[in-house]
Design a protein around this ligand. Structure first.
Ligand code: AMP
Length: 197
């Protein structure tokens, strides 16, 4: 693995622990010589993360759509800031540049980005690990909901298992290092779905 794409809030969140988690993840990436790919903004925990990696001498690639470059205040100090034409181009380029994806706490944009990479994994469009950094149990409700989706046979347990969860950056990156692409018996899944009609 060379680079990790991190999705996270363009806001600081309500607790200082969120920014602290971004800093810890930035330090862990730099220590492991993993580059950061992220949304290119200077605001919120996005900015804290990028500044930490830069300060530690790590590689940072920011990808930001033209229309957002002013609104989210692009981190102009970035040596590699790529301005793209749309949100779709942003996500496609981030997926192309990274070897794995992590969501720190964030809002709707973070959730959209996370679920896009998860559904792309489900479709076999990439085979890269995806993880949730569950700082202060922020994602507990989402994790419970995904497990509910498995129980209710709307989410295949193999695809649920693509999403790794940890409360520490080190733990999550260790899980990524051991990541094996899940093998999915699609025929059995389709049969089970049809059988439950
Ligand atoms: P948020 O988690 O809402 O603070 O947003 C985090 C990042 O996601 C920001 O860089 C937003 O520009 C981005 N974002 C917001 N909405 C979307 C969307 N629909 N698709 C992709 N990225 C988005």
């Amino acid at each position: 693995m060379q680079r990790i794409c991190v999705f996270c809030g363009s806001s600081p969140g309500a607790r200082p622990e969120y920014g602290e988690a971004a800093r810890q993840l930035g330090e862990a990436l730099a220590e492991r010589h993993l580059g950061l790919v992220y949304g290119g903004a200077s605001v919120g925990i996005m900015g804290q993360l990028a500044r930490t990696v830069l300060d530690a001498g790590g590689e940072v690639i920011g990808v930001i759509p033209e229309a957002l470059a002013t609104r989210e205040i692009a981190l102009t100090a970035l040596p590699d800031l790529r301005i793209v034409g749309s949100m779709h181009e942003r996500k496609a380029l981030m997926v192309e540049l990274a070897d794995g994806f992590i969501a720190l706490p964030g809002g709707l944009g973070t959730l959209d980005e996370l679920f896009e990479v998860l559904t792309w994994a489900q479709l076999g469009l990439h085979h890269k690990p995806c993880g949730l950094l569950n700082t202060c149990a922020y994602y507990d409700g989402l994790i419970r909901f995904l497990d509910h989706g498995v129980e209710q046979s709307f989410v295949h347990e193999c695809y649920r298992s693509v999403l790794r969860v940890d409360s520490s950056p080190e733990g999550l990156l260790d899980q990524f290092a051991d990541y094996r692409v899940p093998e999915v018996d699609k025929a059995a899944w389709v049969q089970r779905m049809n059988g439950s009609r």
